[in-house]
Design a protein around this ligand. Structure first.
Ligand code: UDP
Length: 255
């Protein structure tokens, strides 16, 4: 693998300098963390599956006009992406109560919500990513009012599209987390979708059995994490290229 400058290493991904100015390479690791990285594991092949699933979803979102940072997938673990100025928010969209909204508001997990609910969390590990409101976001200049409006509209479009896409393959989209970044075009800036969309960042339940096919399998020690991620990829019709990776346990960087 060519030597290139590492710009940032997160819990599940690494960002390297890209081949052109304004581009980066996003590398998907097998590392998996939960509960503010107090729980950790290496799940062989996870990065390969998430790279592929995220590419599939981002490509389809671009197809319906949701601009995002993906330029193209480069190999098993890497994508060429546009460099963005990350907005320090985790944007969560929920259709069914689960996880933190269930504990915070006392809503039993699995309760359908009266309508899709979008929540903002401030990306700050030391503070455990606290829930924030639009008041905080504008007061502290994390995003402008117009940017929040764009984020809300895009997130609802993503939700509608993904809900339909997953439902067609027997999967219920319970909730998901996405992140946005700014790109500059002359004097103007625009908000586009960034990061990844994968079973690490969504809650996906089998529509018939309600079996979890996402990161909750890791968080809650349910086992078969990789098998469940692979099942999501298989149902989306993107499994063909992957069986050898999963069975053979390729862990190193791709070509
Ligand atoms: N999520 C994520 N990264 C985080 C926190 C949450 O991708 O740092 C995703 C999570 O997988 C779920 C959704 O966001 O699909 C909502 O998570 P929640 O607020 O319920 O938090 P959790 O119960 O995961 O702590």
């Amino acid at each position: 693998m060519t030597r290139r400058k590492k710009l940032y290493e997160g819990k599940a991904k690494i960002l390297y300098e890209g081949p052109e100015p304004g581009t980066l390479i996003q590398y998907f690791k097998d590392d998996t963390t939960a509960f503010d990285a107090t729980k950790k594991a290496v799940l062989e092949g996870k990065g390969v599956i998430n790279n592929r699933i995220s590419e599939f979803i981002m490509t389809r979102l671009a197809g319906i006009g949701v601009q995002n940072h993906l330029i193209k997938r480069l190999n098993l673990r890497e994508q060429l992406i546009r460099e963005v100025e990350i907005i320090p928010l985790e944007v969560v969209c929920r259709n069914i109560a689960a996880g933190s909204i269930s504990t915070r508001l006392g809503i039993p997990e699995g309760t359908p919500l009266p309508r899709s609910i979008i929540e903002f969390f401030y990306k700050k590990d030391e503070l455990h990513d606290p829930l924030v409101t639009e008041e905080h976001i504008t007061a502290f200049n994390w995003a402008a009012t117009q940017e929040i409006d764009d984020i809300l509209a895009m997130t609802l479009r993503v939700n509608d599209f993904l809900t339909g896409m997953f439902s067609a393959v027997g999967i219920t989209l319970v909730d998901f987390k996405i992140e946005y970044g700014r790109i500059y075009e002359g004097d103007f800036s625009r908000v586009i979708l960034a990061d990844e969309i994968s079973p690490d960042s969504c809650r996906l339940w089998d529509s018939t059995t309600n079996e979890k096919l996402d990161k909750d399998r890791f968080r809650r020690d349910l086992g078969n994490v990789i098998e469940s991620y692979t099942e999501v990829a298989r149902r989306l019709g993107i499994m063909k290229e992957m069986p050898t990776v999963i069975q053979g346990g390729i862990t190193g960087g791709a070509s």
